[in-house]
Design a protein. Structure first.
Length: 197
């Protein structure tokens, strides 16, 4: 994978993860992020994915991925058994957010959460001017086929962490091509949080 081909959110997560650490990637999809972390940071990585076709793609990359539903919990993992637990582009699709985040914070010393910002200005404009559910690069689905169950913004997640006593160690917001520092809840497509308990 050439450097220019790396997704911006993967590049940010790569910068947050320490070399030779242990990583559990929840909802790892095709394994692109996990593969990148193993290759670039020499992490001991493991994934959990529910989609069997995605698991086959992970196995083809030589990844250690288990078939499982993260909504049912992480009971098989002991406390602080990973340096990092990653939930990238999967949290908005899980049913029991509280349960999964509590488990992730128990299992990982730190948790990295990345999600599409539903308050992104292009989504707001589509809703305002067209009166229809937004479709953007990170939200490419029509309302009737979307896997997203929770529609959250960067501000929503910040408030959630505050209300639950979760420490936000870093927050990085990104747009289509670069990091966003000014008014991220409006101008960022993605929010990436490094959290701990």
């Amino acid at each position: 994978m050439a450097r220019k081909d790396i997704q911006l959110d993967h590049e940010v997560i790569l910068s947050l993860v320490g070399a030779q650490s242990s990583v559990l990637d929840l909802g790892c999809g095709n394994g692109d992020l996990l593969y990148l972390l193993i290759k670039e940071k020499k992490v001991h990585g493991q994934g959990i994915e529910i989609d069997e076709q995605a698991i086959y793609k992970c196995v083809a990359k030589g990844l250690n991925v288990f078939h499982g539903d993260i909504d049912t919990g992480l009971a098989e993992f002991s406390d602080k058994s990973f340096d990092y637990v990653v939930l990238n582009q999967s949290m908005q699709q899980i049913i029991h957010v509280d349960k999964v985040l509590i488990d992730a914070l128990r299992v990982g010393k730190q948790v990295i959460v990345g999600f599409p910002n539903f308050a992104y200005y292009k989504a707001r404009l589509q809703l305002f001017f067209k009166g229809k559910t937004p479709v953007t690069g990170l939200l490419p689905y029509q309302w009737y086929e979307t896997p997203n169950l929770h529609f959250l913004s960067i501000s929503d997640f910040r408030d959630y962490c505050r209300s639950k006593g979760i420490n936000i160690e870093r927050r990085i917001c990104i747009g289509e091509k670069r990091r966003v520092a000014i008014l991220p809840n409006l101008f960022a497509q993605t929010g990436i949080f490094l959290i701990s308990k």
